[in-house]
Write a protein that binds this ligand. Sequence first.
Ligand code: SUD
Ligand code: ADP
Length: 288
Amino acid sequence: MSDALPASRLTLPAPAKLNRMLHITGRRADGYHELQTLFQFLDHGDTLHLAPRDDGKIRLTPGIAGVAPEENLIVRAARRLQAESGCPLGADIHLEKRLPMGGGLGGGSSDAATTLLGLDALWRLGLTLERLAALGLALGADVPVFVHGHAAWAEGIGERLTPVTLDTPWFVVVHPGIEVATPAVFRAPELTRHTPPITMARALQGGASSWRNDCEATVRALYPPVAAALDWLSERAPTMLTGTGACVFARLATEEQADRLLAEIGGRWKAFKARGLNRSPLHDVLDR
Ligand SMILES: C[C@@](CO)(OP(=O)(O)O)[C@H](O)COP(=O)(O)OP(=O)(O)OC[C@H]1O[C@@H](n2ccc(N)nc2=O)[C@H](O)[C@@H]1O
Ligand SMILES: Nc1ncnc2c1ncn2[C@@H]1O[C@H](COP(=O)(O)OP(=O)(O)O)[C@@H](O)[C@H]1O
């Protein structure tokens, strides 16, 4: 690490993720659920602007309503990196938030991963992706896939990752206007939690038309607005829930079809179109 304050500043993407399929295969002794899931990134997400400070302070602007600064995953990621590396530098971080919270798009986890990789570069720490992913896992199960930056087959609670190359269709992502509480979904007695494990090869061989999300029936029952969005979109294109919701996504072959679907949605819900990506745009910018 250099003693001088690095002069550079970075503007970096924090992309959304989709769970293209999600099976729940069991429950661990600590209550966490074992998953098998396919993660893919989207070319849509938050943007972080990072600049180093020489006084060790971590300053985030603007704050997120309802999330205390010290609870914000960006601040927590920066502090963990300081503790792990002993780096005396701080950072000014400006967040352009586009991803809905509690949407199943992994916005908070992606913000944390972008903070880890961005500050590693700005503070010239040179930590490996493995070490950054291990730091990130303590912040959330979805952080490691954003740190590694490749679409992945994930097992365990989402931390055992194997890179994969998936189809890259267009998606229309709809936010049904409510926030889903992940713990409430995993607590539900009727949740499908014992799907027999399958191999990655079998999951990939089946392709998108065979993929499903084990959380869907429970989320439909607990959150009628999610069920309404799934029903409406399913009549127009193959549609799934991402993570534990609340967002749902329709899969389209072309951008024109995505535009037509967005036009039909009109003001009914907040929605955006995005392309599936097998490599995170964060890693393209940082060249990692
Ligand atoms: C299931 C996924 C798939 O991507 O859903 P989304 O959050 O993306 O919707 C994620 O792995 C979610 O990970 P993450 O968002 O970090 O979960 P947390 O907030 O830590 O989990 C909140 C609570 O949900 C339960 N939980 C979460 C993940 C898991 N594999 N098993 C669980 O039982 C636990 O009770 C945990 O305390
Ligand atoms: N930087 C952040 N962005 C979003 N959510 C955050 C952030 N920091 C902490 N959180 C908390 O994490 C929760 C999950 O947010 P998020 O990751 O966006 O949703 P999901 O896990 O459903 O994809 C939020 O409800 C919020 O309380």
